[in-house]
Design a protein around this ligand. Sequence first.
Ligand SMILES: Nc1ccn([C@@H]2O[C@H](COP(=O)(O)OP(=O)(O)OP(=O)(O)O)[C@@H](O)[C@H]2O)c(=O)n1
Ligand SMILES: C[C@](O)(CO)[C@H](O)COP(=O)(O)O
Length: 231
Amino acid sequence: MTAQLNPRGDVAVLVPAAGAGVRLGPGAPKALRLLGGEPLLVHAVRRIAAAPSVHTVVVAAPAADVDAVRALLAPVAPVTVVPGGAERQASVAAALAAVPAGPEIVLVHDAARALTPPGLVESVAAAVRSGHDAVIPVLPVVDTIKEVDAGERVLGTVDRSALRAVQTPQGFRRAVLAAAHAAAGDPLTDDAGLVEKQGVPVVCVPGSEHALKITRPFDLALAEYLLTTGA
Ligand SMILES: Nc1ccn([C@@H]2O[C@H](COP(=O)(O)OP(=O)(O)OP(=O)(O)O)[C@@H](O)[C@H]2O)c(=O)n1
Ligand SMILES: C[C@](O)(CO)[C@H](O)COP(=O)(O)O
């Protein structure tokens, strides 16, 4: 059944989904790899569309698969699909350029985080709505982190109490994200990094272990377990 987005919602969600998935091994682009018999992108968009604040969804798909992704998502939710770029940052910029007038809160959410609960979409959006210009979901770091040199020799131990593992959806006031991308130079690994470079404060909200980024084969196996057991 096709989910209906909220015409009175104030949130646009950009979904970078144009990556190759090299770390996942040979196969289709990562967003099109199957989890529980459905592409990761379908799982991600279904959960985004279930968040009541969402008005607009723009997916940045692999350039060669735009038509196929449009057909894939048509029965899932009314989304816009644009060609992504060579880097994640370019894919986000392409999706941002396709957001219509209206939503003043923009979330950027990796298709690779396919099992992210709708509640996390809502908590990030609520934090932006409350007045923060930039919001990121985070988890504490549970391993000891070491700094190493080029030869993998340990240089020291990092104080992990000052570190957070960052997830998506990352949320922004639309004008803040647009200005950060307009000023962007070399690609960074997340959109909050662009905003930080503009001197804009970024605040943290609790993330979710279900928002894991499916990057390597183990992550896909874990996601299959979570999906089939409902854990
Ligand atoms: N040129 C790119 C590269 C990545 N992404 C998206 O950004 C998210 C996070 O990227 P990552 O997990 O690194 O995905 P891949 O780049 O596909 O993975 P890899 O680095 O293993 O190829 C993913 O949803 C991916 O589809 C994108 O839209 N455009
Ligand atoms: C945006 C992100 O998911 C936050 O942790 C992460 O930086 C994406 O990194 P990737 O190498 O593009 O997967």
